[in-house]
Each structure stands twice: as structure tokens, then as C-alpha cells.
Design a protein around this ligand. Structure first.
Ligand SMILES: [Zn+2]
Ligand SMILES: [Zn+2]
Length: 321
């Protein structure tokens, strides 16, 4: 039986001709039979790819042999089948959409929060002088977050910079930021430093690595991921479910996309309501003429933007955010 892996990674590194790099890299990924999504920008790479264990190995070795990418910390998951259907590799202005594009102001290669390995994060997080800050969006932290974490009411990471004022009350504390795989924290913590916060740390490798290396202790709920798994378990030490069904309020860990392609909102729904509403968030969406067939997973291959507030012209949600 073929063994499959799904890799998640990012890297801030200067890429001189990003557009050409993206085209070449797409060819390379296809030659290995990989599927997934990769964002290429002048500031680096952000990707998640899936394929046979052998292809994934070749992929990682090839990137590591390039000195720009030698330090990439791949998060490797064994999966029963590839996590994507197609292979995309796109050139964009940033590897994660934050709006913080000026490398003279925010440049994680030069200045960012101190990286904490999962065990160090675990040891520090409950101290009185520490604030744990979740830099992810509503649909992510509503599914799962660290116990006692400060969360922000944002639909997208690009709204993070506007929330800085809300955090001013924590200026004298040690701030520990975290996100799914670590990429958002590189810029979020850099911005906090830029805004005068003095003691800023970030969870290196994000929730995913924390689950693997620290047992996920005190992470409550599940972790939203940007592939057909939609969410993964993190906590093998003291797991709880914190999310509730949007429709009936019952506790459920199940995250789906609304079956109405024009809505496509990420939300939690129990199986009973899923059956009744055919995977839609509401009666209105259930009555939509282009409603997609619900197969119980709530994952659709040609998913447009995750939330209905998405702007026109934007492509796929980023891979390894
Ligand atoms: Zn329900
Ligand atoms: Zn809907």
C-alpha cells in the first residue's frame, strides 16, 4: 500500500524572481506527482503539499539543498490519501495576506518575536506575567484555542493590524503569540515589536508542532487546517470540545463549509443538523439553486473564499497560514 504524507511549511527568505520561481516550482511539484497549494512571494514561500512518502521526501531534500530554504521546518503528517486534488503554485505580494508589505517596516527576516519551542511555550504559558495571544480568525479560534488565550474578532488575518490598539492593555506583559503553523506569528509578532511591545514571543511551528511535540496540552478543541481534513486533533493530554453547532447549540467538533457555494462559510454543525440542512448554514442557503451535494464531509474541491465577506478577485485561501 502506498504511504502518503502531507507537508506544511513556510519560509521567510528573499526570492529574487518570484514569478519565474513559481512557474518552475509548479513544474517541479507536478513532476513529483504532488498536489497542494504553494504561495511564492519576494519574501518567501508558504506551502502545503501532499503525495507519496517518497515524493515528499524528494521535495523536502530538494528545498533543503537550496541555501535559501535550508532552514525550513517541515511539519509532516501521515494521511490515508492525498489531501488535495490539484497542484497550485502562485506568485503573490505576500506569503500570508497581512497588508504588512513594506519590508523596511515589517521584515521577519530581520526582526520578529523570539521563537519558543513547544516545550518552552508550555513551560511559560501559565505565568502571571504572560498573555497568550491567538492571531487567527474567528472561524479558527471558535473551533479550538489555547485555554485562557486572548482572541480577536477578525474574519481574516489582514484585519489583525487594525486590532493592535485593543492589545495596548497588555503592553507590560510578555506576549506569546500562536497560530496554526507559525507563519502569521512571524509578522504579527514583528508588528507588535514595531508598535512598542517589548517582550514578544511566538510559538515556533504553531499549534501543529505543539500538538506533536508537547502533546497539545491545554489546547481546547480542534485545529482548523486548510485542506480536505478541515480540522485536526491536537491535544492528546487533556482534550475537550469547545465548539457548538451553529444551528442547535449542541457541542460538536465538526467543522464544515456551507454547501451553498456563494456562502461557503466555515462553521461548526452537528451531524443531525447537517443531515437536516444538507450541510447548509441556514434555510436560505439550503434553498439556493446551486447548492452542492452534501456527502457528510462539508469539504468541496472548488471552494471559493472561506467567508462571504471575501473580496472579489482573490484566489484560494492561503495554504499554511
Ligand atoms: Zn445541531
Ligand atoms: Zn450558508
Amino acid at each position: 500500500m502506498t504511504k502518503y504524507n502531507t507537508l506544511l511549511y513556510y519560509c521567510y527568505a528573499t526570492i529574487a524572481d518570484g514569478e519565474q520561481f513559481a512557474a518552475d516550482h509548479l513544474k517541479f511539484c507536478k513532476s513529483l506527482g504532488l498536489t497542494g497549494r504553494i504561495i511564492v512571494a519576494d519574501e518567501g514561500l508558504n506551502g502545503t503539499v501532499s503525495g507519496s512518502a517518497e515524493s515528499c521526501e524528494t521535495y523536502m531534500n530538494t528545498l533543503h539543498s537550496d541555501e535559501r530554504f535550508a532552514g525550513i521546518d517541515f511539519k509532516i503528517d501521515e494521511v490515508a490519501e492525498p489531501s488535495f486534488v490539484k497542484m497550485h503554485c502562485r506568485y503573490k505580494s505576500e506569503i500570508v495576506h497581512s497588508g504588512l508589505r513594506d519590508p523596511n517596516m515589517i521584515n521577519p527576516q530581520l526582526k520578529t518575536g523570539k521563537h519558543l519551542e513547544p516545550k518552552d511555550f508550555l513551560a511559560m504559558k501559565d505565568r502571571d506575567d504572560v498573555v497568550i495571544l491567538d492571531v487567527r480568525s474567528n472561524y479558527e479560534h471558535s473551533l479550538g484555542k489555547f485555554k485562557n488565550a486572548v482572541t480577536l474578532d477578525i474574519e481574516n488575518f489582514r484585519d489583525f493590524p487594525a486590532m493592535i490598539n485593543e492589545l495596548a492593555q497588555y503592553k507590560d506583559k510578555k506576549i506569546l503569540t500562536y497560530c496554526t503553523g507559525g507563519i502569521k506569528c512571524e509578522k504579527a509578532s514583528a508588528l507588535l515589536l514595531h508598535e512598542g511591545f517589548s517582550d514578544v514571543y511566538q510559538l515556533h511551528g504553531g499549534i501543529i508542532k505543539y500538538g506533536k511535540e508537547a502533546g497539545g496540552e491545554d489546547f481546547e478543541g480542534k485545529c482548523y487546517v486548510f485542506d480536505n481534513r478541515l480540522s485536526v486533533d491536537v491535544n492528546s493530554v487533556n482534550p475537550v470540545i469547545i465548539s457548538t453547532c451553529r444551528n442547535c447549540g449542541k457541542t460538536t467538533p465538526k467543522m464544515i463549509n456551507c454547501a451553498n457555494p456563494e456562502c461557503n462559510e466555515h462553521f461548526t454543525q452537528c451531524d443531525d443538523c447537517g443531515a437536516q440542512l444538507e450541510g447548509c448554514c441556514s434555510d436560505v442557503c439550503q434553498a439556493h439553486p446551486r447548492k452542492r451535494a452534501y456527502d457528510g464531509t462539508g469539504y468541496y474541491v472548488k471552494a471559493p473564499q472561506p467567508v462571504n465577506t471575501a473580496k472579489k478577485g482573490e484566489k484560494l485561501q492561503l495554504a499554511a497560514e
